[in-house]
Design a protein around this ligand. Sequence first.
Ligand SMILES: Nc1nc2c(c(=O)[nH]1)N[C@H]1C(S)=C(S)[C@@H](COP(=O)(O)O)O[C@H]1N2
Ligand SMILES: [Mo]
Length: 438
Amino acid sequence: MPDKKVIGLHELYEKDPIEADKLLWGRTSDPVTRRGFLQKGALTALSLALGSNMVFANNFPAGMIPAGLAYSDQPFNLPGKRAGMVVLNDKPINAETPPHLLDDELTPNDLFFVRNNGIPPESIDVSSWTLTIEGESASQKKTYTLAELKSKFENVTYNLTLECGGNGRKEFNPPAKGNQWSTGAVGCAAWTGVRLRDVLKDVGVKSNAVYVAYYGQDTHLSGEAGKVVISRGVPVTKAMEEESLIAWAMNGKDIPVLNGYPLRLVFGGFPASCSGKWLSQVVIRDQVHDGPKMTGQSYRVPCKPVAPGTKVPDDEMCIIEEMPVKSLITFPKTGATIKQTARLPIRGKAWTSAEKIKTVEWSIDFGSSWSPCTVRVSDNRYSWQSFDANVSFPETGYYEVWVRATDSAGAAQPMLLPGWNPRGYLNNACHRIAVKVS
Ligand SMILES: Nc1nc2c(c(=O)[nH]1)N[C@H]1C(S)=C(S)[C@@H](COP(=O)(O)O)O[C@H]1N2
Ligand SMILES: [Mo]
C-alpha cells in the first residue's frame, strides 16, 4: 500500500472547513459557522448546551449536532430547562417549547424558550452587576447596582408575553434562513422589576430622545472580546409605557441564566429581540438606534407586501414594532383520539399587542364555520389569555381543530400564512391540531 498520511477530521476542518464538510457530508457549509465552531467561544456555548464539558471537543466534526441534543428524545436537558424542549441550535443555544408544554397559566422558568444570538456570560457576580444609563439624549450618565435599582424604584410585577419575531418561520416558502422555529418561541411569565420609565426619569430624558436601546453582557460567537452580539431598542414612547420593565425575577424566582440572569428588559407586545438580556447598559438615543441586528434586514419586514422570494433592498425594509394577534392550542397534543360520543375539551393561549383578546373561535371544518371559546380575562395588557371550549364531532373520522383569535383592535389571525418576507418574521397563521374520532 502507498504510504499515505491519514489526516484527522479536525485537522481537515481546521485547514479547509468547506472541503472537509464536502467530504463528510457531500454538501457545502457556511465557512463562518464551521470555523467559528472550533473557537473557544463556540466550544463554551456547546458545553453550556450540554450542561458539561465535551471531552475531545476538538475531534467533534463541525456541522454536527451532538447526539445529546440532536434528537427530540434528548437524554440531557439544557441547564435550567426541562426535558421536552426542542433544541434548534446549540451554537448559540436556541430551544423552543412544544405547544402542549405551554398549557400552564404562566410559562414555568424551566419551559421558557431560549433565543440566544451569542454566548451567555460565564461567571455572573450579582453583587457587582451594574446598569449604566447614558446616551445622546440622557441628561447625565448614571450607574446603578442591582441593590440600588431594587430599593430606589417601585417594584412591580406584570404578566408579559415574549414572542420571537421569527416564531413560525419554519412555514415560509421559499424558506428563510435562521432558526426554524415552529410555534414555540413564545412564553408568558410574571416579570418583576422596576419600570424602565422610572429609571429613565431619574437619569433625565432630553426632549430630543427618539429611541431607547440596550447592551448586554453576552459574548459574540467569534469569542472576540468587546464585539457586540445584539443591541436593539424601542421607540421612546414604548420605553415609557407602564408595563415596560427592567426585570430581575421571573415567576418569583431568579431569571434562568439562559433567559438573561441577573437583569433584562421586558417589553410585551414587541418582538422579544427588543428585550435585552444580561442587561448592563441602556442608551437613550437622539435617533433610531443603529446597533447590531437593528439595521439592514434584521427584525425588519418589507414596508409594502412583496411576492414570495423577492429580494428587498434595505431601504424598503421597516422595523417590526407591534407583534400581531396570535393563539396556540395547548391541549390536547396534536394526534388526540376520542370516541364520537365524547366532547373534546380544548385549551390554549391567545395574545396580542393590542389592549386585549376579544374572541377566540374554533373550527373543525377548515374555517367554514366557527364557534366561540371561553376567553379568560387577563391581569394586565400584554399578558396572554387562556381560552377553552368543548368540541363535538358529527361523525367518526379525521379532523383538524383550528383556532382563531381576534383582538380588541379588530385584527384577526389569518388561516393561512400571512405575507412572505425575506427573513421569515410575523407568521401568525392559525394553529391546528389533528384529532381522530372513532
Ligand atoms: N443580550 C441579548 N439579549 C437578547 C438576545 C441575545 O441574544 N442577547 N436575544 C434576543 C432575542 S432575538 C429574543 S427572541 C429574546 C429571547 O428571550 P428568551 O431567550 O428569554 O426567550 O431575547 C432577546 N434579547
Ligand atoms: Mo428573536
